[in-house]
Unconditional design. Structure first.
Ligand code: HEC
Ligand code: HEC
Length: 274
């Protein structure tokens, strides 16, 4: 089983566990959620939380919480729980298996962060989805996206799995990913070219690299491992293997495609398996 698949299955398990919790809440859990309220919610607390947020969180979630590499925090919906105590836990412990790190501050500062994160959805309306997801699915098919991307187990594996992409990335990030793939390639998507002694060059997704060895996932999805002493050349490529679709997908087609991607989430309307 690949690591990605293991993680995905773990996530499904977590989702199922959360769903059963919601269906039949443990009395203590319910009580904890109801009784633990943020004790620090004054204007000064929100401002102090905002300073912590700008130095530690904005890099991923955007200065105004609009999202980017991290999720949009302005919609008022939190997949990992929206009670004060759940937000506290999400922020202090992070979300295992994702890029969301845990962070350690004292209790008061943590609550100030929670107060600030809440304030982000108070002012700004949720991003409007103007396109039609059903038409967007056809745009996705017509442009060969599935050659490189999987959705619910179908498609190629050169690019990242998009099954849950609508939940983990903002619409702004999705638009940029399609128009300017080279602009901001995450390290886990870097490619590498290796040339074994006397052999032909092999290109793949760089899964792991240390001083002595490098592991790639090749275009056929096979995991390949090389000892560097056996290689003539190793070249890490930080540009995207994804072509730009700037000028190729435009107008309504583009809006529809983004709307479709935004609906892709585990347990969402497009996930028939849940
Ligand atoms: C390295 C990037 C990164 C940093 C830094 C980061 N986050 Fe996150 N955060 C993420 C990602 C990615 C997710 C979505 C994880 C998932 O569920 O797949 C997330 C999820 C969350 C969630 C849960 C959203 C939900 O729908 O339940 C909250 C709340 C949150 N982050 C707040 C914060 C705060 C506050 C900070 C600063 C202390 C922070 N994050 C720092 C990347 C980051
Ligand atoms: C030739 C292979 C290829 C094709 C075709 C392709 N992609 Fe990609 N895509 C990639 C790779 C590799 C990455 C990761 C590197 C990067 O971030 O650009 C990526 C990244 C992405 C991301 C960002 C994922 C993330 O985790 O943030 C999105 C969204 C995306 N592609 C959507 C699409 C859509 C929609 C299409 C069709 C219009 C498409 N891709 C066509 C290879 C491809």
């Amino acid at each position: 089983m690949t690591r990605g698949k293991a993680l995905r299955q773990l996530r499904i398990l977590v989702l199922l566990a959360t769903a059963s919790l919601m269906a039949a809440p443990e009395p203590e859990q319910q009580q904890a959620d109801q009784t633990i309220r943020n004790p620090y919610t004054s204007e000064e607390d929100v401002a102090a939380g905002g300073r912590l947020y700008r130095s530690h969180c904005a890099v991923c979630h955007g200065i105004e919480g609009e999202g980017g590499r991290g999720v949009d925090l302005t919609t008022g919906r939190f997949r990992h729980g929206s009670s004060d105590s759940r937000l506290f836990t999400t922020i202090s412990e992070g979300i295992p298996g994702t890029e969301m790190p845990g962070i350690f501050f004292n209790g008061r500062q943590m609550w100030q962060l929670v107060a600030f994160v809440r304030s982000l959805s108070a002012g700004r309306a949720a991003e409007q989805i103007s396109g039609d997801p059903a038409k967007g699915e056809a745009v996705y098919a017509a442009n060969g996206c599935a050659v490189c991307h999987q959705i619910r187990g179908e498609g190629g594996s050169l690019g990242p799995d998009l099954t849950d992409i609508g939940a983990i990335r903002s619409m702004g990030h999705l638009q940029a990913a399609i128009l300017e793939p080279d602009a901001d390639v995450l390290p886990q998507h870097w490619m590498a070219n290796v040339t074994p002694e006397g052999g032909k060059q092999i290109t793949g997704l760089r899964m792991n690299e240390d001083t002595f060895s490098i592991q790639l996932r090749d275009a056929a999805g096979r995991l390949r491992s090389f000892r560097k002493t056996e290689l003539e050349a190793v070249e890490v490529d930080r540009s995207s293997a994804m072509p730009t679709f700037e000028g190729r997908i435009q107008g309504d087609d583009f809006d529809n495609l983004i709307a479709y991607l935004a609906t892709l989430r585990l347990g969402g309307p497009n996930d028939e398996q849940q």
